[in-house]
Design a protein around this ligand. Structure first.
Ligand code: XLS
Ligand code: NI
Ligand code: NI
Length: 438
């Protein structure tokens, strides 16, 4: 059974190609700064958007035409596994990612739910073994079911906390079973609506307790995935606890979780937080916690997580710049397309086109960023702009030798102060030239 029609594996044909089902920039074997594009980018397909999502929105039912929708229950779950591995082959993508509830239906008890999951995990494992495809990360969906109405790890109901723990315990076991390289926590319901009925301190303490238990259990069963937290400022909760990279960092620090966690940075979550994608990546990188990315883009005219496939070359270039400068690059993480086709793009082939667009955009971003690094574009800009810290009083400041008394003495005799231009418009033009000409 073929779910995507008679599409053969998408290949690199180069920028002159007019074949819509070919890569123009993503050449998996092309070596850039000592690593192949495949190794740099570690692309992943997100199960929830490409196989579970239907294109529904608050005003209408799903529009997506999907061959697997002829099935229900466990047959549907099995068909989606087939579809997933078919798409991975078509795209020549090595990784995928899923929530537990994406891959198997919930039963009427936790026991039955776990049996369903075990069966599908076994099926996925068979497919992974025969295809060589790998699991970038798995996670637990603790936001869809009504039981999570007050939260999961931050719920007001201890019974729900226990249920969530059981769910993550199972997910960690499945992650180990499938050799997941990371395990993600995105706290969809970990936040609050109003302080009038919220014990903020208890909820945050409980979240930390929950994460420590996860770390302990992973260690106990020998699951050595990298733990990732995915910040998001709002939606579904009004106040999400993992607002952005900086907020999440201070939470991890306060609760001694920093040694165990890195961040999974999502482009659209960054913009919802009032940041750029590259801001979140830079903040993570300089703090040593840039773990993986959820590649998508938002719509600046809309205030929610539109999860569009990334096509903005400016953004992919600056994102790849951060990843290239990160120690070890993307490391065990990857470029996970947490992105969905628009509701009007309802044919299966649209999912293929969307991934090609995203992969080419990141490949292009990688090429441009690498060229800018080779040419030391930003190094020179920063060397110039911060040159005053290289010698004299600036060198005294950064070496820690200066204090308020020596600085006052300097300031009193240093008149007038001379500033130089930041040259921002020129720099933007330079970036454009690299995007166009590389
Ligand atoms: C939702 C999140 C979610 C996570 C995984 O906004 O992006 O899809 O990536 O739970
Ligand atoms: Ni995400
Ligand atoms: Ni998202």
């Amino acid at each position: 059974m073929s779910y995507f029609g008679s599409v053969s594996t998408v290949r690199f044909e180069g920028r002159q190609s007019t074949n819509p089902l070919a890569f123009k920039f993503y050449n998996p074997d092309q070596v850039i700064l000592g690593k192949s594009m495949r190794e740099h980018l570690r692309f992943a397909v997100a199960y929830w958007h490409s196989f579970t999502g239907s294109g529904s929105d608050p005003f209408g039912v799903g529009t997506a035409i999907r061959g697997w929708d002829q099935y229900t229950g466990m047959d549907l779950a099995k068909a989606r596994v087939e579809a997933c591995f078919e798409l991975l082959n078509i795209l020549d993508v090595d990784y995928f990612a899923f929530h537990d509830r994406d891959i198997a239906p919930e039963g009427s008890t936790l026991q039955e739910t776990n049996r369903n999951l075990d069966a599908i995990v076994a099926l996925i494992k068979e497919h992974m073994q025969s295809s060589g495809k790998k699991l970038l990360w798995n996670t637990a969906n603790m936001f869809t079911n009504p039981r999570f109405v007050h939260g999961a790890a931050t719920t007001s109901n201890a019974d729900v906390f226990a249920y969530a723990a059981a769910q993550v315990k199972k997910a960690l076991e499945h992650g180990k079973e499938l050799g997941a390289e990371n395990y993600v926590f995105w706290g969809g319901r970990e936040g609050y609506e109003s302080l009038l009925n919220t014990d903020l301190g208890l909820e945050l303490d409980n979240l930390a307790r929950f994460l420590h238990m996860a770390v302990d259990y992973a260690k106990e069963i020998g699951f050595d995935a990298q733990f990732l937290i995915e910040p998001k400022p709002k939606e579904p909760s009004k106040h999400q606890y993992d607002f952005d990279a900086q907020t999440t960092l201070s939470f991890l620090q306060k609760y001694n979780l920093l040694p165990h966690f890195k961040l999974n940075i999502e482009a659209n979550h960054a913009t919802l937080a009032g940041h750029t994608f590259e801001h979140e990546l830079r903040m993570s990188r300089i703090n040593g916690v840039l773990g993986s990315i959820d590649a998508n883009q938002g719509d600046m005219l809309l205030g929610w997580d539109t999860d569009e496939f990334p096509t903005d070359l400016y953004s992919t270039t600056l994102a790849m710049y951060e990843i290239l400068l990160n120690e070890g690059g993307i490391g065990r993480g990857g470029v996970n397309f947490d992105a969905k086709v628009r509701r009007q793009s309802f044919e299966p082939i649209d999912v293929v086109h969307a991934h090609i667009a995203g992969m080419d955009s990141f490949a292009r971003g990688l090429q441009v960023a690498a060229k800018m690094i080779e040419d030391r574009v930003f190094d020179d800009i920063l060397d110039n702009r911060y040159g005053s810290y290289k010698s004299g009083i600036g060198a005294e400041i950064v070496s820690g030798r200066a204090n308020f008394k020596t600085l006052e003495a300097y300031a009193l005799q240093n008149n007038p102060i001379v500033n130089t231009s930041g040259r921002l418009e020129h720099i933007r033009n330079v970036v454009n030239q690299y995007i166009i000409n590389t």
